[in-house]
Ligand binder design. Sequence first.
Ligand code: CTP
Length: 411
Amino acid sequence: MAPFTERPTVVLAVSGSIAAYKAVMVARLLVKAGVRVRPIMTEAAKRFLGPLTLAGICGEPAASEMFVAAGGEPHVELAESADVFAVVPATADVIAGLAQGRADDLVRATALCARGPVLLAPAMHPRMWSHPATRANVALLEARGVELVGPDDGEVASGDFGIGRMAEPEAIAEAILARCGGEAERDLEGVRMVVTAGPTVEDLDPARYLSNRSSGKMGFAVAARAAARGAEVVLVAGPVALDTPPGVTRIDVRSALDMKVALWEALGPEDLDRADVLVMTAAVADYRAAAPSEAKLKRQELGSKTQISLVANPDLLAEVGAAREGDRPLLVGFALETVEPDALVAAGRVKLEKKGVDVVVANRAADAFDKDDNRVTIVTEDTAEVLDRAPKTVIADRLLDRVAAMLGASS
Ligand code: CTP
C-alpha cells in the first residue's frame, strides 16, 4: 500500500492559551517533516500569538474568519483538505465546544466538518482538567474517536503543578505525523513484529555515560505505522523522550546488554519463534566501559589526562542473524554511514552480508540525526530503492511495504 505519496496536509487549529506559543514549534516541526500546515486560530488565540508568526512559519495565511467576502465555506474547504485536524493547544472551552458539536467559530466548525483523524493537545490549569465537566467532555470526545496527546503532569503557567500542562511540541508533532498516513490498510494483520529504537546508554559511573545522538524517532515511526497497519508490535526502546505509539507494547531498556536481554525475550530465546519480523533501528553502542565505577570518578584521582578502558558490546543484530535457521524472523537492519550518497547501496550490501540480514536501510548521519525526516536507500540482496527526503513516518511505511511484500513472497 502507499499511504501517502503526496505531501500530507494538516490543519493546525490554535486556541487561546498561553501554550499557544508552542503551537509555532509544532508547526515548524511539521513543516520540516515535509507536511503542508494550514493554520487556523480562534479569536482568543490571537491575543496570545500573532497570526503573522504562524503564517510565516507555515507559508500559509492563519485564517480565523468563518465568513469571508469572497464567499465560499472556509471550514468545509479546510476540513476537506486535512489529512489530520489537530487543535494545539486545546483549551477547556474548545474541548467543551467540540463535545457539544458547536460550530460557532472557524476552529469548531472545521472540527465538526473534519473527515480524518482529530487530535487534541489539551492545555489548562490542573483544576480545570480534573473538573467533572472537562472529564465528561473528554470522555465523550474519546468515545467518538478523537485522540489526545497529553496533557502532561508538571508546572503550568500559574506556577501550580499537576496534570494540565500541554505535551511537548516534539511529542505532539510526532503524534500528528504518525497519523498523516491516513486510514492504513491493515495489511500486517497477524504479523508479530519486534522493533528496537533509540540509543543505548553505557554508564561510566553513577553520573556519566557514553551514548549517541539517536532520537528514536525512526523506530517509533516504524512501530506506530506497523501497529496502524495491524501488526502486533513490541518496541524495545533505549532512553528517549517519545510517547508510546497507540497499540504498541513498549519495553524500556538502558544499555546494550539490557537491550540484548529484552530483544531475545521478545524474539523467543529458545528458537526465535515469537516474531515474524525484527526491525533493528536502535543505535546500539558498540562499546561499554570495561569496569563501570560504582563511585563517582574523581578528577583529583584521574589527573589531567586519563583513559577509559572499553570493551566491545555484542552485535545484537548479527547474533540474531547467526542464530536464525530458516527465513524467520525476517531481519531488517539500519546502516548509518558517513559516505557519499552514491556509495550507500554498496555500504548497505556490506552490512547485509556481514550481519546475515534480509533488508538494510542505509542512511547518512548528516541526513538522519535529530530530524523528523530522512533520506534513505532500502537495500536487499537484489534490489535498491532510493527514497527522496521524506518524513520518517513515510519512510516507515515504504519499509513496511517492502517487509509486507517479502513476508508475502516467502509465506
Ligand atoms: N547493531 C546491533 N548491535 C550493535 C551495533 C549495531 O544490533 N552492537 C545494529 C543496528 O541496530 C543496525 C545495524 O546493526 O541495525 C547497523 O548498525 P551500524 O551502527 O550502522 O553498524 P555497525 O555494525 O556498528 O558498524 P560500523 O559502526 O562499523 O559502521
